[in-house]
Design a binder for this molecule. Structure first.
Ligand SMILES: [Zn+2]
Length: 234
């Protein structure tokens, strides 16, 4: 029974990632379609082409109609979110905390995909993240001030680093959306955890730059990934 529940959470997380990616793509490109299509040839995808992870493996990463490559971002995000939801279930059981954390994952995955498509993090994601914090994580409002300190420290630290980078390199190293995301993530963490978040997300950013070969990358996915893994241990 436990194995089955873990599998159900894995598949739910994968489906959620697939749905959120589709939503982020459509909203960021302002193209709303009822049916998913191949980005290259416009071929309408059948239900059996939309099964998370499995369809990608069966199709060997290519469109059934035109044979163009399907981005590896799709199966990687589906597997990551699937494993994450299974880990959340293992960590929290069937509780309200689990519901809050799944919502938090959904908002951050949307922010990460939106950032990948537009190099911007929508403010609505930050507002939702704050709302989830107050509903599921911090019901005692007297503790809020103590939570704001690590959040403000994160935002200030990253802003100072960005300013120094600008002074020496004459180009912006990090966007304002990223700084706001650090602040909101900092609400969930202690001062020490915030420093770990900055270090791990920075490291992921370096790996992303080296792997993609691009000079400018969306940094939101790095912050989101580091934060989601970190709060599993909070
Ligand atoms: Zn195609």
């Amino acid at each position: 029974m436990e194995i089955l529940l873990h599998f159900i959470f894995f598949m739910s997380g994968s489906c959620l990632a697939s749905f959120i990616e589709c939503m982020a793509f459509q909203i960021s490109h302002s193209c709303f379609r009822m049916r998913s299509r191949c980005a290259e040839c416009g071929h309408v995808l059948a239900w059996y082409d939309l099964i998370p992870v499995f369809s990608y493996l069966i199709l060997r990463g290519r469109c059934r109609s035109c044979g163009s490559r399907i981005s590896t971002v799709h199966p990687v995000s589906e597997i990551a979110c699937g494993l994450y939801c299974a880990a959340l279930y293992r960590h929290s059981g069937l509780t309200a905390v689990l519901a809050g954390r799944v919502l938090l994952m959904s908002v951050l995955v949307y922010a990460a995909f939106y950032d990948m498509y537009t190099m911007e993090i929508p403010d609505v994601c930050l507002v939702l993240q704050i709302m989830i914090f107050f509903v599921f994580e911090q019901r005692d409002c007297t503790q809020t001030a103590a939570r704001v300190i690590p959040a403000a420290a994160a935002a200030l630290y990253v802003s100072a680093a960005a300013m120094l980078f600008y002074v020496f390199r004459k180009q912006s190293g990090i966007g304002f959306g990223d700084i706001k995301l650090y602040f909101v993530c900092g609400l969930y963490l202690t001062f020490q955890q915030v420093m770990t978040l900055i270090a791990v997300s920075g490291l992921l950013g370096v790996v992303y730059v080296l792997a993609s070969g691009k000079k400018k990358i969306p940094f939101g996915p790095c912050i989101a990934a580091a934060f989601l893994v970190l709060i599993l241990y909070v």
